[in-house]
Design a binder for this molecule. Structure first.
Ligand SMILES: Nc1ncnc2c1ncn2[C@@H]1O[C@H](COP(=O)(O)OC(=O)CCCC[C@@H]2CCSS2)[C@@H](O)[C@H]1O
Length: 375
């Protein structure tokens, strides 16, 4: 198509105006007066900041007559659902050793692993317009546009599967009174061996009513085509979103660490990092297990409420540790958070204050080490 100089100029002016409008939008996109649809991409790979921005948009932005798509990725992290038990869902011991944190999101559902090879998408809308199938259709069509031979489809539990059996996307949602968000993952090039090793619990004998995850065989989209990468997939999803909802939004980069742009975000971020949220929100559970300590059979029964030991019973042969000593040991653990650091402090205090022989002290320490390996 050949454009006249006048038309070329007006196209340029239009683009410039659009650009200015969108730079303005970035500064004011969360103002009450700004009512347009948005596609946002996070500049942060911090799970807590990104989850906080989701919550902030959900709580503060009027979504009655506008949609927002938020695209984000995270450094390695395990993300559990609102009503889950981290001790039951992941290998916390391995995660501590490798520096992989656990985060609890506000939506329900199961546990997933994120790293930079995994894309997350959050589709915000009014509750009336909330439509997971439509959103996932945007994702599968965008992928097929990129690679027409890709065999991806959506299951009745809103997973996206590759080649009819490998999960590449999991979905969860948060429904408010009038607004909602649907968010999902997309595995492009994640580390699958880390994914499977961190999603194996190191704690045996947990009894709880917490939501269990539904494990599936997983794949990366890059298994189909190694040239597929998260950046090009995010671009394709943004275009597909514009097409589906008849929009013309550019992708705006947003910094969820900016208190100026997003007042109150720092507090929301630190609330999500708080032990009382990540671990303390775990539905009440018990640990009922047997293990060997230095050729001695040990039985352990603990009730844990809000992440804190509510009761503790340990059964060991009396010639290995006398009953009153074990009872004292159990009392010292009651009221303590079910985590290695707090157990260490409690057991150190117990040993300091309880008269005992070196052998008993040694056995109490071995007991402590075995219990901590369950956490
Ligand atoms: N990143 C990722 N993507 C897809 N599937 C995964 C992933 N990590 C693990 N899994 C597999 O899903 C099951 C759990 O499936 P399940 O169906 O139990 O849970 C989910 O899918 C939850 C999805 C949450 C999406 C949110 C979006 C933004 S923050 S997290 C797990 O045991 C693995 O087999």
């Amino acid at each position: 198509m050949i454009l006249s100089p006048l038309t070329r100029m007006s196209v340029r002016t239009r683009d410039l105006n659009r650009h200015v409008r969108h730079v303005g939008a970035l500064n004011s996109c969360f103002d009450d007066s700004y009512k347009e649809e948005l596609i946002l991409k996070s500049s942060s790979t911090d799970i807590f900041q990104n989850l906080a921005l989701e919550d902030w948009i959900h709580d503060h932005v009027d979504l009655q007559s506008r949609r927002i798509l938020f695209l984000w990725r995270n450094a390695p992290v395990v993300v559990i659902g609102r009503h889950q038990n981290p001790w039951q869902e992941c290998n916390l011991d391995l995660m501590r050793r490798t520096g992989i944190p656990v985060a609890r999101r506000r939506s329900g559902g199961g546990t997933v692993y994120h790293d930079l090879g995994n894309i997350n998408m959050t589709f915000f809308s009014s509750k009336k317009k909330y439509d997971r199938m439509r959103n996932l259709g945007v994702v599968t069509r965008a992928l097929k546009e990129l690679r027409p031979n890709l065999d991806v489809c959506v299951t009745d539990r809103f997973d996206i599967i590759l080649n009819r059996c490998y999960k590449v996307s999991g979905t969860a949602a948060r429904l408010g009174r009038t607004t909602a968000y649907h968010h999902c993952t997309l595995l492009c090039s994640s580390d699958r061996s880390i994914l499977s090793s961190v999603l194996k619990s190191s704690c045996t004998g947990i009894k709880s009513n917490a939501t269990p995850s539904v494990p599936s065989p997983v794949a990366n989209l890059s298994d189909h085509d190694p040239t597929l990468n998260p950046e090009s997939i995010m671009d394709a999803i943004a275009s597909g979103y514009n097409k589906e909802f008849d929009l013309d939004c550019p992708v705006l980069t947003v910094d969820p660490g900016s208190e100026v742009l997003i007042p109150g975000i720092h507090k929301m971020t630190s609330d999500l990092k708080d032990w009382d949220w990540v671990y303390g929100k775990t539905p009440k559970f018990s640990v009922c297990t047997f293990f060997m300590v230095e050729n001695t059979n040990v039985g352990l029964e603990m009730d844990i409420k809000n992440g804190v030991v509510e009761s503790c019973v340990i059964n060991v042969p009396h010639d290995w540790l006398p009953a009153d000593f074990v009872n004292e040991f159990c009392s010292s653990l009651t009221g303590v958070r079910f985590c290695p650091n707090e157990f260490a402090v409690a057991v150190a205090a117990f040993i300091r204050t309880t008269p005992s022989s070196p052998k008993r002290t040694q056995n109490a320490l071995s007991l402590y080490e075995s219990i901590v390996s369950l956490m």
